[in-house]
Design a protein. Structure first.
Length: 177
């Protein structure tokens, strides 16, 4: 299975120390050789880096490691492929827009029969079970809430219900922002 690294801080913080450890697990001292990605939220925007190479061998990962990029939300993922090819479009975190803001998603686990989950508004670029369920989750949100709800707890509860369903399909751990 893949590995996730997430950070949520009340002030912009750099993640260099933690990312360095994760980077080594991506093909160095761990089996996660099938690509990696990291997303830093900065204000309303986000900065993302992805590479289908093992993070321990990646020049892009070394670039991220060398530069102190401060952020209050970070999502990172190193991949051990179960479903989908080893290629750039299958590296997490995946991103889409909903309600005028960026959403990022990374998944650890393996789900069965995700192709039977119908998609409405969003389509995957790659061929992973992870991106398929991310597209489904955002489509479900968009259908249920055409406009962004003012009460965030409604969205949280809605996502919780959908994630309970996804857990019935296998191992499902995710980071979503």
């Amino acid at each position: 299975m893949c590995e996730l690294l997430g950070m949520s801080a009340n002030v912009p913080t750099d993640i260099c120390f933690s990312f360095t450890g994760l980077m080594q697990r991506g093909g160095g001292c761990g089996p996660h050789r099938d690509g990696w990605g990291i997303t830093f939220y900065v204000g309303k925007g986000c900065r993302s880096f992805h590479d289908p190479q093992p993070s321990s061998d990646s020049e892009v990962a070394r670039l991220v490691q060398r530069h102190s990029m401060k952020s209050d939300i970070v999502i990172s993922h190193i991949r051990q492929a179960n479903v989908g090819n080893i290629c750039l479009e299958n590296t997490h975190p995946f991103q889409r827009e909903l309600w005028g803001q960026h959403w990022s998603f990374a998944h650890n686990g393996q789900l069965t029969d995700t192709s039977s989950i119908p998609l409405s508004h969003y389509l995957p670029v790659g061929d992973t079970d992870s991106e398929h369920v991310f597209c489904w989750l955002l489509g479900e949100l968009r259908t249920a809430f055409p406009k962004r709800p003012t009460d965030h707890s409604v969205v949280r509860y809605f996502l919780q219900e959908r994630c309970q369903y996804l857990k019935t399909l296998g191992v499902f751990n995710m980071l979503l922002s």
